[in-house]
Design a protein around this ligand. Structure first.
Ligand code: PMP
Length: 455
């Protein structure tokens, strides 16, 4: 166990000197001390199954031996040099990452976070198109810097300041909570349990949501959209999935307005959706720009923007300098993460274990009135909680906290999200096993039945 500072001392320092946060996840806080693969240990030596991965960030596993070894090798060689000089780690990594992306997405810019990547993407989209307005989904999260806070459309993450102007929020095509759709209307492995309810293969919900996007264009200068930003499956928004073909049609319309299409793969990239390496591939689209972070470094701070040579040209009129972006250490880590995903069949595991989890979880959904929806792809999973299935009113925050606390006390860490904080999120290190899933299901079942009994 941990021999350093006591819990009481940490709580005191947290009050006095340590970055405060409005979000309080747990009544009794968790003091994390050590991690290995899908496991975390607290300062008392209690073990947790980590199904949230520091917000979908630890991709191949905490302190994965291969990534740790690669990091240690680089630590002894070179930590930092600026990109004024040429160093092999950056070039080896860019070559490797480019091989995972379809043509023409081949030009890479490295950053240190997702917010930074999205901020750069906004800048490049505006420079390239000469337009200003950017469209994102209501309920989305794309960053906390001043510019990206404008993209973000989740009230719990917005401060009353002038964020980027020119950010327009279109209706999120949420087929569960939105005005159109059915609870089983989505492109997901769970669809194998119940088919999409739309008649004759024409998705009526999709048609309505696309009309909303067209209405949104009408709030902007004609044909002057700079970009459309969307996550392939929402993260902070609560694993919201769009109707099949939504992104495909949206991309077409956005391009007609002169805008470019940007996929925020900060959470969905690097095999998390299981069926594909990138979330956008599941929608059968090729964006003009892809932003990434989190899983790219397995917890080490790395972010990236990948775009086309044509768009990259618009970006050389002035110098964009980033001290740490593409530093040798970050590149060595990110490079070994890519190797590890291949060697450990991480993406395949994500598909198999994630589909198993959702299939089993769908049984709990059918058993309990408060589990309104189970959705996602691979290990990007959401369970939307409701007061009852008839009203679909969000389960109130106190009830969500009660369940979350119980699940934690029994040894599992999961996340929370959604516009009303009504969705539990499962986005674990992608090395989890079916046995871990069985353990989680037992824990979750106990927490929900306990909650239902007390009510
Ligand atoms: N985009 C998405 C989809 C995210 O989930 C996040 C972080 N939660 C970000 C961007 C911002 O990333 P960062 O916290 O690394 O700035």
């Amino acid at each position: 166990s941990h021999m350093g500072m006591s819990k009481e001392q940490m709580m005191e320092i947290r009050k006095q000197n340590c970055m405060t946060m409005k979000i309080t996840y747990y009544k009794k806080p968790v003091f994390i001390h050590q991690g290995y693969m899908q496991w975390l240990w607290d300062v008392d030596g209690k073990r947790y199954l980590d199904l949230f991965a520091g917000v979908a960030t630890v991709s191949v596993g905490h302190c994965h031996p291969k990534v740790t070894a690669a990091t240690q090798r680089q630590l002894k060689k070179l930590w930092h040099t600026t990109n004024i000089y040429i160093h092999p780690e950056l070039h080896e990594y860019c070559d490797k990452l480019a091989s995972y992306l379809p043509d023409p997405l081949k030009v890479i810019y490295l950053t240190n976070s997702g917010s930074e990547a999205n901020e750069l993407a906004m800048l490049m989209a505006r420079l390239h198109t000469g337009n200003f307005d950017i469209i994102t989904f209501r309920g989305s999260y794309h960053g906390g810097s001043q510019q990206t806070m404008g993209l973000t459309a989740k009230s719990s993450c917005k401060f009353p300041i002038a964020t980027s102007s020119g950010c327009i929020h279109t209706m999120c095509p949420d087929v569960f909570r939105g005005p159109w759709g059915g609870s089983y209307c989505r492109d997901s492995p769970v669809q194998t349990i119940r088919e999409c309810s739309c008649a004759q293969g024409v998705c009526i919900a999709n048609k309505h949501y696309i009309e909303q996007l067209e209405e949104t264009f009408a709030t902007s200068a004609p044909s002057q959209i700079a970009a459309f930003f969307g996550e392939p499956i929402q993260g902070m928004g609560g694993a919201v999935q769009y109707p099949k073909n939504y992104l495909k049609e949206a991309y077409k319309l956005v391009r007609q307005t002169g805008g470019i299409c940007i996929a925020d793969e900060v959470q969905t990239g690097f095999g998390r959706t299981g069926s594909h390496f990138w979330g956008f591939q599941g929608h059968d689209v090729i964006p003009d720009m892809v932003t990434m972070a989190k899983g790219i470094g397995n917890g080490f701070p790395v972010g990236a923007v990948v775009t086309t040579p044509e768009i990259a040209v618009s970006f050389v009129k002035a110098s964009h300098f980033n001290t740490f972006g593409g530093n040798p250490l970050a590149c060595a880590v990110a490079s070994s993460v890519l190797d590890t995903i291949r060697e450990d069949s991480t993406q395949q595991n994500s598909l198999h274990v994630g589909t198993y989890l959702m299939t089993q979880m769908a049984k709990l959904r059918d058993k309990y009135e408060v589990i309104g929806d189970v959705r996602g792809k691979g290990l990007q999973i959401g369970m939307e909680m409701v007061k009852d299935k008839g009203s679909r009113e969000p389960l109130p925050p106190e009830a969500m906290s009660e369940i979350l606390e119980d699940v934690k006390d029994t040894g599992v860490l999961i996340g929370k999200g959604g516009v009303h904080g009504q969705t539990f999120r499962i986005q674990p290190p992608m090395c989890i096993t079916r046995e871990d899933v069985d353990f989680f299901l037992a824990v979750f079942n106990k927490a929900i039945s306990g909650y239902t009994d007390r009510k």
